[in-house]
Design a protein around this ligand. Structure first.
Ligand code: SF4
Length: 378
């Protein structure tokens, strides 16, 4: 099985925290779509004959495209790849793009998973983040998506927003769980260099929330999500049973995937490649037959580090049998020896043959992961 990710790089407005590759949306998407269709043809053998079980339209803002444009891309992929009948096809939507006509259009295309970028239900914070929508628009969009019959709806929320207190975060969670959503992705705001927030921070105009507040918002997230019937299957991802994101799990479980579109990454077990992060160059290079991606062969150590970075964030943790099979006795001994002190501190535990983080360990997952990372060969 394999997955396909399609990066739609357009946004109507730029959010202050955003570090994804995006450009301001143009009214004419034709050149981009033609390049995307051509890229899919050029790379139709990338996944071999592996059946595709997940397709994910991310961005940017996929809902900048019309239903017809999404349908054209999907039809093309179905002609080029073996797409399993039992599949998960996700489209990310911005709440202000959602209309009932659009939702029914996506349903007709057999899109079966909708991801809504809600971020927060507080208008003050939506403005701070420079989101386009209001909380009222988000309420209507989410209600409409559920009424249109999408059973598998996920939303994104952001916590750790400067100025948002614990009570407000609790209210964000309660409003969210008041809807029949099946999945939630909740991320702590990170202030990246080069973003509007990054520049504000450099000038001393934005102060990040203190650690104590971050930790209590994270703890509350875990508690409230659990109480609402969600399972935390990855540090930032919570799903009702049967509704975990298959596409994301496949990334974390080292399943092969093909990424199409500017800045998209692909992985085939032994190499990783990434497309040029510039829309004009992407279109030009593809139309003129020039190289449009870079590639890195992954040595065993890099594969080990990637496995640790992704697996340790999930509820399945590090699979010791997989480590021994793939990274030999040396990799196995390294993991087992290093895990000893974390188990002693109550930060990790052995669950059958898997090493997983405890709730306490999840608080400092980045620190624990960095200790497991093997330094590069000199
Ligand atoms: S957060 Fe999403 S909608 Fe906002 S600028 Fe980034 S990609 Fe576009």
């Amino acid at each position: 099985m394999a997955g396909i990710y399609i990066h739609i790089p357009f946004c109507r407005k730029l959010c202050n925290y955003c570090d994804f590759y995006h450009v301001i949306a143009d009214s004419d998407n034709n050149d981009f779509i033609n390049a995307l269709l051509k890229e899919a043809e050029l790379r139709k053998n990338y996944l071999g004959k592996e059946p595709v079980t997940t397709i994910y339209f991310g961005g940017g803002t996929p809902s900048v495209l019309s239903v017809k444009e999404i349908g054209t891309i999907l039809d093309h992929l179905k002609q080029l790849f073996v797409v399993e009948e039992k599949n998960e096809i996700t489209v990310e939507l911005n709440p202000d793009d959602v209309t009932t006509g659009y939702l029914y259009g996506l349903k007709d295309l057999n899109i079966n998973r909708i991801s809504l970028g809600i971020q927060t239900w507080i208008d003050r914070d939506l403005r701070k983040l420079n989101r386009r929508h209001s909380s009222e628009q988000a309420m209507v969009a989410l209600g409409d998506a559920l009424r249109a019959g999408f059973e598998n709806v996920t939303i994104d929320l952001i916590y750790g927003i400067p100025g948002m207190n614990l009570g407000e975060w609790i209210s964000n969670l309660e409003i969210s769980f008041g809807f029949d959503i099946k999945h939630l992705s909740a991320y702590h705001l990170t202030i990246e260099k080069g973003t509007v927030f990054g520049k504000m921070k450099e000038k001393g105009l934005l102060e990040e929330v203190d650690e104590e507040e971050s930790v209590s918002q994270f703890n509350t997230l875990i508690e409230k999500a659990e109480a609402a019937g969600f399972i935390q299957y990855e540090i930032s991802n919570f799903g009702k049973p049967g509704f975990f994101s298959v596409h994301n799990i496949n990334y974390w479980k080292q399943v092969n995937y093909l990424g199409l579109g500017p800045s998209a990454h692909s992985f085939n077990g032994y190499s990783r490649q990434w497309n040029v992060r510039d829309l004009k160059n992407y279109i030009n290079h593809i139309s003129k037959g020039k190289p449009f991606f870079e590639r890195e062969e992954l040595d065993l150590k890099t594969r080990f580090n990637e496995y640790i970075m992704t697996s340790l964030r999930t509820m399945w943790g590090i699979d010791l049998e997989y480590v021994e099979e793939t990274f030999n006795k040396e990799g196995y001994d390294y993991v087992v020896n290093l895990s000893g002190k974390f188990k002693d501190y109550g930060l990790m535990k052995l669950d059958k043959k898997n090493l997983v983080l405890t709730n306490q360990g999840k608080m400092i997952s980045d620190n624990i992961i960095s200790e497991f990372i093997m330094p590069p060969d000199k």
